[in-house]
Design a binder for this molecule. Structure first.
Ligand code: DGL
Length: 261
């Protein structure tokens, strides 16, 4: 069984990729909806939440844990690995490396939460993989919350997103990295802005490939999906049709449950 978690709905974009790659593996998804968004929190708070949730998933029988959140990975994947040495922990980081490889203009933009934007981990990733590429890091406050409210196609937001991206696109950025798992669900708004100028870079499938490499045998499992949330579990399930995830509904083991981890 693989445990996947995020502050809220964003990690469902990663869960969908994992579910596609491992159709027979049992999956648990934990949304920390009582504490979303993480992107405005300090590192100490995020570390506490990551340790609590990681241990809850491990105690529930997960043999692999996926931190489906760039913010939580940047702040806390190292402490979670230290704290659960016997369990493989997969994190997610903005796709700077693939974006640099694909860029023809030598300029890319990375969209992240405020917390990820100021993290040492992102700075290191850029130093390692973008030596000769100009990187515009664009914090996007409020965007994850917009996904949480399922208010995805509001005209004012589309206009604000265009204004936010325009300077980097004008300057020649030809890759837009979705450096927060929530932003995958904003692709319908971001695609028309980027079209003809830049590609959106999402690493959910790369994370799923890593899960496949680390996966134990799924013998005895049946591909069931359990949904847990620290607040409003019913909203987690209700988001599936809006987020284009209805195909996952047949895997549900039952209604989403409230967990006070
Ligand atoms: N989905 C998360 C990420 O990938 C965090 C969003 C938030 O809670 O601010 O960064």
């Amino acid at each position: 069984m693989i445990g996947v978690f995020d502050s809220g709905l964003g990690g469902l974009s990663v869960l969908a990729a994992i579910a596609r790659s491992l159709p027979l593996t049992d999956l648990v998804y934990f949304a920390d909806t009582a504490h979303v968004p993480y992107g405005d929190r300090d590192d100490t708070f995020i570390r506490q939440r990551v340790l609590r949730i990681g241990h809850h998933l491990a105690d529930s029988g997960c043999r692999q844990i996926v931190v489906a959140c760039n913010t939580a990975t940047a702040a806390a994947v190292a402490v979670l690995r230290e704290s659960l040495p016997e369990i493989p922990v997969v994190g997610i980081e903005p796709g700077v490396k693939p974006a640099v490889a694909a860029s023809k203009s030598g300029r890319i933009a990375v969209l992240t939460t405020p917390s990820t934007a100021r993290s040492e981990r992102l700075a290191r990733l850029i130093r390692q993989h973008a030596k000769n590429t100009h990187v515009d890091v664009l914090p996007c406050p409020g965007w994850a919350t917009r996904v949480e409210t399922l208010n995805l196609s509001d005209a004012d937001f589309a206009a604000a997103a265009r204004r936010h991206l325009e300077p980097a696109l004008e300057a020649g950025a030809d890759q837009i990295v979705l450096g927060c798992t929530h932003y995958s669900f904003l692709s319908p708004v971001l695609e028309p802005i980027a079209t003809g100028r830049a590609a959106l870079v999402d690493v959910a499938n790369a994370v799923a490939r890593q899960c496949v490499r680390l996966a134990h045998s799924s013998q005895g499992a049946s591909g069931r999906l359990t949904l847990l949330a620290s607040a409003h579990p019913e909203r987690l399930q209700a988001s599936f049709p809006v987020l284009g995830l209805s195909h996952l509904a047949p895997r549900l083991a039952g209604p989403a449950r409230l967990v006070t981890a």
